[in-house]
Design a binder for this molecule. Structure first.
Ligand SMILES: [Zn+2]
Length: 248
């Protein structure tokens, strides 16, 4: 028998994944919900979510069967705007782990109260980079791309308390916040097409981030600092070691 998290709610996932919806509903199978009444609104299932920016987007969606309640025959994961956050089955582990980790992080962040979660600097540079053809900008986006702060990235950094999974270091900023970076082991973007899922992401310090990006170091999973609830897939590690390591 599987143990289910005690309280998995839309509100909880909305906060955990930084979705920012005003109304958030959760159903494990993603098929039946009450009506969304505030917008942006989001529907969550065990592995991801869909967002409706406006009431009109919601009522006009061809994927929703809106009656007294809301029904999606094949579940929200069948919808084109579904955002997958985790691979199947990982959410329960996340959910069980997250409180424990939040406490660890709070302990680590001395001088701050327990319910203040540590937060890293936002890294908007990556998002603002133009994707055009100028040589200089292409070089820059290649080095900034990796700092794209996706929800998955934020979660991974958060659960690791902003400590590098290779060396255990973190950077404490003057304002008391911690800084770390998230590395997509099989990189995002056209050339590598790595997925933005937690199994492909590790929390790293800037130095190790550069060493990984440039293929200077080999990734040995047994040497990584791991926590339960955040698995890293061997597939992506193998990708790094065969396609990125030693290539620059
Ligand atoms: Zn490091």
């Amino acid at each position: 028998m599987e143990t289910k998290p005690k309280k998995l709610t839309g509100k909880y996932l909305n906060d955990l994944w930084g979705v920012g919806a005003k109304h958030a509903l959760y159903r494990e199978d993603g098929k039946w919900y009450h009506q969304l009444t505030e917008f942006p609104g989001a529907l969550f299932d065990a592995n991801g979510y869909v967002v409706f920016e406006t009431e009109r987007d919601y009522w006009e969606s061809p994927y929703l069967q809106i009656q007294q309640d809301l029904h999606i025959s094949d579940g929200i994961s069948s919808m084109p705007n579904y955002i997958r956050v985790t691979e199947k089955g990982h959410l329960q582990a996340f959910s069980n782990k997250i409180k424990e980790t939040a406490e660890d992080s709070a302990k680590y962040q001395t001088g701050k109260s327990k319910d203040q979660e540590p937060r890293a600097l936002k890294a908007p540079i990556a998002n603002d980079m133009p994707e055009d053809n100028q040589e200089t900008e292409r070089v820059l986006s290649q080095s900034y791309r990796i700092l794209r702060d996706t929800k998955v990235s934020r979660w991974v950094k958060y659960v690791h308390g902003y400590k590098c999974q290779l060396c255990g270091d973190t950077i404490k900023l003057n304002n008391g916040e911690f800084y770390a970076e998230a590395h997509h082991i099989q990189p995002l973007g056209k050339r590598h097409n790595g997925p933005d899922i937690v199994e492909n992401v590790i929390c790293v310090c800037p130095k190790h981030h550069v060493l990984l990006d440039y293929g200077v170091i080999y990734l040995d999973k047994s040497q990584l600092i791991m926590i339960s609830g955040h698995d890293i897939s061997d597939v992506y590690i193998a990708y790094h070691n065969t396609k990125i390591f030693g290539q620059s």
